[in-house]
Design a protein around this ligand. Structure first.
Ligand code: SAM
Length: 191
C-alpha cells in the first residue's frame, strides 16, 4: 500500500476548495513547491502571494517561476508572514480561499533559520481575518526538531482556543504516530 504524505494530504484538502481564479497565500515559500501547487490551482486568472524571510528562498523561487506559464498571478514578498495583514492589499482581505504554512527550516538550507512560535501565532491570527467564509488554513508542523516541539504545541493550543462556531479544526497525524512525527492542522472558517 502506498502511503500518502501529509503534504499531499494538505494539497488534497486545498484542491477541494481552491479553484481557478481564486486567491491564495503561501506563508512559507521555501523552495517554492507549495507555491507552484497553488499557482497551478488558481490559474492565470487567480492570485497567489508568497512570503519568506529568506531572500535566497524568494530569489530561487522567482527564478524557477520565470519558466512557468501563469507566473503573472504570483507576487513574492520578502517579509515575515506575521506582517501579512499589512502586506496584502486591503481589497483582498476576507477573500482569500487558502493560506498554507509549512513550518520549520528550509530543506537543503540553513537549519538554524526556522519559523518561530510568536510570528507563527501572529500570522495565524491574521490568517483568520484574511480568509473567506469556507476558506482554509493548513499548517504542516514538525515537532521533531529543536523549537519545533514548542511551536507545534502552541499551534495546537491556539487551535483549541478558536471559536468552534466560527472555525472547524482537523488535526491529521502521521501514520507512525510518534510524538516527534509531523502533523497537519486544517482550520476552516465556517462563516
Ligand atoms: N513550502 C516550502 C516548499 O514548498 O519548499 C517549504 C517551507 S520551509 C519548511 C519553511 C520556510 O519558512 C523557510 O524557507 C523559512 O525561511 C521560512 N520562514 C521562517 N520564518 C518565516 C516567517 N516569519 N515568515 C515567512 N517565512 C518564514
Amino acid at each position: 500500500m502506498q502511503r500518502i504524505s501529509l503534504v499531499d494530504t494538505a494539497h488534497n484538502f486545498i484542491k477541494e476548495i481552491l479553484h481557478s481564479g481564486a486567491i491564495a497565500i503561501d506563508a512559507t515559500v521555501g523552495n517554492g513547491h507549495d507555491t507552484l501547487f497553488l499557482v497551478k490551482q488558481v490559474g492565470p486568472s487567480g492570485q497567489v502571494f508568497g512570503f519568506d524571510i529568506q531572500q535566497t528562498a524568494i530569489a530561487s523561487t522567482r527564478a524557477k517561476f520565470l519558466q512557468t506559464p501563469g507566473m503573472q498571478c504570483l507576487t513574492l514578498i520578502h517579509a515575515s508572514h506575521a506582517d501579512m495583514s499589512e502586506k496584502i492589499p486591503v481589497n483582498y482581505h476576507g477573500n482569500i480561499s487558502v493560506i498554507m504554512f509549512n513550518l520549520g527550516y528550509l530543506p537543503g538550507g540553513d537549519k538554524n533559520i526556522i519559523t518561530c512560535t510568536d510570528s507563527t501565532i501572529t500570522a495565524l491570527h491574521c490568517s483568520c481575518e484574511l480568509i473567506s467564509s469556507q476558506g482554509i488554513i493548513t499548517v504542516m508542523a514538525y515537532p521533531g526538531h529543536p523549537g519545533g516541539d514548542l511551536e507545534t504545541a502552541q499551534v495546537k493550543s491556539w487551535c483549541e482556543q478558536l471559536d468552534k462556531d466560527r472555525f472547524k479544526v482537523d488535526i491529521i497525524y502521521s501514520a507512525d504516530n510518534k510524538d516527534s512525527a509531523p502533523r497537519l492542522f486544517v482550520i476552516q472558517k465556517r462563516h
